[in-house]
Write a protein that binds this ligand. Structure first.
Ligand code: C5P
Length: 236
């Protein structure tokens, strides 16, 4: 291993990394959290882990010093989303999300209730699992990128702090939505690593250069023999 300063495990860039804890047991999640403690990275709790452990585990991560993105992608009527967010933001979460396709009013109510707690809320535009044909199936005639931009603009107007996006869209969204809008991007792979099922990937440095605010990284860290070293290795 080189002596590069980038291998410093407390690299401030780690604060831009959100490690996706896509695991199916509480023990695995806690094991990973212990290995990553005090490195500066965030943790992302998704539907699977939330279904297993709920808010209890989130509060444990919080006491371990992590910032937490709770990725539940809420999509319901405005009142239900608002009331649910009230409950969720009373926990240790720092950032939550909703589907932008829930509409302006839902997003505006969601932003209001989350911002009262000083936490962040971002929107999901078009799921990256959907292609042009899937959009046509649900009645969207526009190209994917146009739909992403339309929903991101609506999210900004409704007061959301940012969106989840493909890093390939970061440059366009950054240009269109200004420098303060958060762009949280999965699809990150260190140079030369396994792509797994991600297709259009950028390296961590490329994504930051393109305008990403936070990088969601799962398997390159969670499946590594030494997750802490893998986190440091993102910047080598
Ligand atoms: O293991 P990997 O780095 O591919 O994990 C990426 C994480 O980001 C996973 O939790 C995945 O569900 C999530 N995600 C994604 N693409 C999106 C939205 C979320 O890969 N468009």
């Amino acid at each position: 291993m080189s002596e590069s300063v980038f291998v410093n495990e407390t690299n401030p860039l780690n604060e831009k990394v959100i490690v996706a804890l896509d695991v199916d047991s509480e023990d695995q999640a806690l094991g990973l959290a212990k290995k990553l403690q005090a490195s500066g990275c965030w943790l992302k709790v998704g539907l699977e882990l939330y279904a297993l452990s709920g808010l209890k585990l989130i509060d444990t991560f919080k006491t371990m010093g992590f910032s937490i993105f709770l990725d539940l992608k809420l999509h319901d009527i405005p009142t239900t989303v608002e009331r649910t967010l009230k409950v969720l933001t009373a926990s240790g979460v720092d950032m939550v999300n909703v589907h932008c396709s829930g509409g302006y009013e839902m997003m505006a109510k969601a932003a209001e209730v989350v911002h009262k707690t000083g936490k962040k809320i971002i929107g999901v535009t078009v799921l990256t699992s959907m292609d042009r044909a899937d959009l046509l199936d649900i009645g969207v005639q526009d190209a994917t990128q146009e739909q992403v931009l339309r929903l991101a603009r609506l999210a900004q107007k409704a007061g959301l702090d940012g969106v989840v996006a493909s890093p390939q869209e970061s440059a366009l969204l950054r240009q269109e939505l200004g420098r303060d809008f958060l762009l949280v991007t999965p699809g990150i792979r260190p140079a030369g690593s396994e792509k797994n099922d991600q297709v259009r990937v950028l390296t961590p440095v490329e994504a930051l250069k393109a305008g990403s605010s936070y990088l969601v990284v799962g398997r390159p860290i969670t499946k590594a023999q030494d997750p802490r070293q893998a986190l440091a290795g993102l910047w080598v």
